[in-house]
Design a protein around this ligand. Structure first.
Ligand SMILES: [Zn+2]
Ligand SMILES: [Zn+2]
Length: 151
């Protein structure tokens, strides 16, 4: 059974209002551009590299404006105007995809990477390496300069 949030009490650490150096707002009296982590997630945005800019006060402390507490209904607020869309897919996923594509597009003989997939399963290399059919230079990226890697 889900526990109802208990009202703030002696168990919650009492704080003077503003103790964390951030403005504190009450539910319903909070500027529209300030949202909680959960609301950011619901909008599929991230804090954009910025930390919280304000605090949403505990609902019970609303009637005691002179103090705050660490009750769990207290939440950090983030500025929606600083939020950024989440990257989809993430960078590591893009790299993994690119590695998979590179394996299918790179000739093992001449190390050129083509913009199309190669018949590696049947020929084992690009057409030029297989039977001398010259490859259009616009269809591949020159192989990495090996002397630079060796240095
Ligand atoms: Zn409270
Ligand atoms: Zn080749």
């Amino acid at each position: 059974m889900r526990q109802r949030p208990r009202p703030c009490s002696q168990q919650d650490k009492l704080l003077p209002r503003g103790a964390q150096g951030l403005p504190e707002y009450d539910r319903g009296a909070c500027p529209d551009h300030l949202v909680t982590r959960r609301q950011l997630r619901a909008r599929e945005v991230s804090p954009g590299g910025y930390g919280p800019v304000a605090i949403l006060r505990c609902a019970q402390c609303r009637t005691r404006p002179w103090r705050s507490c660490t009750h769990r209904t207290r939440a950090y607020l983030y500025d929606l105007r600083l939020a950024r869309p989440k990257r989809v897919p993430t960078l590591p996923q893009e790299w993994a995809l690119d590695r998979a594509m590179a394996a299918r597009q790179t000739c093992g003989t001449c190390r050129r990477r083509y913009f199309h997939c190669l018949p590696l399963k049947t020929l084992g290399s690009c057409l030029e390496c297989f039977d001398g059919t010259p490859a259009d230079p616009a269809t591949y990226i020159a192989p990495p300069a090996t002397h630079l890697l060796a240095a």
